[in-house]
Design a protein. Structure first.
Length: 162
């Protein structure tokens, strides 16, 4: 990669990071790294609407690119929304320099979310420990109907000692 390509990539990443910070209501004791939204979230059209150490909320407008063969939001997109919020919630609770990764995720589906509707998600803590955190994300649609519940476990990866 040439210097011009690297500079362009860095510029795009900084713009994306600045965009991901808009609209967040931040908690006082939150790890600021939680403010960064991964590029995949932008690609999917995910919008985080609230972030704090106790709860993260987000949404995604269901569009044709995200539908399954039955005209509703693809299950993988539902799981991706929940995974993004659970990772963000964990980041909000990590000590400085620590990282996280999803090590388990389970989804129960109850109803489809049709094209044009909005999937709304609320992620809350079931367990916040030193080595793992467990989050539950409830996903509803515009009429308030529960569409899915996702429970995921995040590993806490300590900061590297320098």
């Amino acid at each position: 990669m040439g210097a011009a390509s690297a500079a362009l990539l860095l510029s795009r990443t900084i713009r994306r990071m600045k965009r991901s910070l808009r609209g967040y209501r931040l908690g006082l004791k939150m790890n600021r790294d939680a403010e960064f939204r991964p590029p995949f979230a932008d690609f999917m059209g995910m919008k985080v609407t609230h972030i704090s150490p106790d709860r993260v909320e987000g949404e995604i407008v269901v569009r044709a690119e995200l539908e399954n063969r039955f005209g509703v939001l693809y299950g993988g997109a539902v799981m991706s929304l929940a995974d993004n919020l659970g990772g963000t919630a964990t980041m909000a609770n990590l000590p400085e320099g620590a990282r996280t990764a999803t090590i388990e995720s389970k989804t129960n589906f109850f109803a489809g979310i049709p094209i044009g509707d909005t999937a709304r998600a609320e992620c809350t803590a079931l367990h916040r420990g030193r080595t793992t955190m467990v989050w539950q994300t409830r996903i509803t649609r515009n009429d308030g109907k529960l569409c899915a519940i996702v429970i995921q476990t995040q590993i806490v990866i300590p900061a590297e000692k320098t």
